[in-house]
Design a protein around this ligand. Structure first.
Ligand code: PXP
Length: 241
């Protein structure tokens, strides 16, 4: 079974538009769990544009499934990740100007820093995932620094159409095969929605999908329960082939 980890950042985006208390991403996370989500994902960005430190504390306290924290490699954020109680930390690149995470982590360039950070996270019992472009070099480097998981960046696939999308899917399939051969566990995410998720759910060796924006958008119209259940159904249909 492919696990669905629901990213709740954009509930916080909506709340931060008014700097108030609602809508509460933690409440959303709990409703997503009730609807069948297998885990909750959040990204505490250094600029705190959506999820806040207090959200992280509350989500950890209240959810019953797994917590996946996305974090940059900045020392301030790593210090928070180490104390977060997260089950899994996904290391991502972070750029203050970007609208959302734009590309995979440059694992080759960051190799030394990762070799220092990953053992510290693992010593706390945290599984480490690296958000990577579906290319051979970052996968080889991820295996070298002993990450447990890679999350394949599906953004290029999601933004493409027609033959270009087919080619992007092929790139993801090849990356999933290569990651598995290197001993890495395979997750995927970014830009996935109800229309494009099924082929990704068929990726070989896939364990977990991280999906956020599309489900928050859908929940505005149909509520959290239906938004999550519809996505679970699409993933199951995709995995069945
Ligand atoms: N995975 C990673 C590493 C991300 O940074 C994001 C965006 O926060 C997602 C998955 C989810 O992307 P989306 O909100 O487009 O579903």
């Amino acid at each position: 079974m492919i696990r669905l980890h629901v990213n709740v950042d954009h509930v916080a985006t909506l709340r931060q538009a008014r700097r108030g208390a609602r809508p509460d991403p933690v409440e959303w996370a709990l409703q997503a769990e009730d609807a069948g989500a297998h885990g909750i994902t959040c990204h505490l960005r250094r600029d705190r544009r959506h999820f806040q430190d207090d959200d992280l504390r509350r989500v950890r306290e209240r959810i019953r499934t797994l917590l996946n924290l996305e974090s940059s490699l900045h020392p301030e954020m790593i210090a928070i990740a180490l104390e977060s109680g997260a089950d899994e930390v996904c290391l991502v690149p972070e750029n203050r100007q970007e609208i959302t995470t734009e590309g995979g982590l440059d694992v080759v360039r960051e190799r030394a820093r990762l070799a220092e950070v990953i053992p510290r996270l693992r010593a706390k019992g945290i599984a480490v995932s690296l958000f990577v472009d579906p290319e051979p070099d970052p996968l080889a480097a991820a295996a070298e620094v002993e990450a447990e998981y890679v999350e394949l960046h599906t953004g290029c696939y999601a933004n493409a159409s027609g033959e270009e999308r087919d080619a992007e899917l092929e790139r993801l399939v090849a990356a999933a095969e290569r990651a598995h051969a290197l001993g890495l566990k395979v997750n995927a995410g970014h830009g996935l929605d109800y229309d494009n998720v099924e082929p990704v759910a068929r990726l070989p060796h896939l364990r977990e999908l991280n999906i956020g924006h599309a489900m928050v958008g859908r929940a505005v119209f149909v509520g959290v329960e239906r938004a999550v259940k519809e996505m679970l159904a699409r993933i199951e249909a995709g995995a069945r082939g």
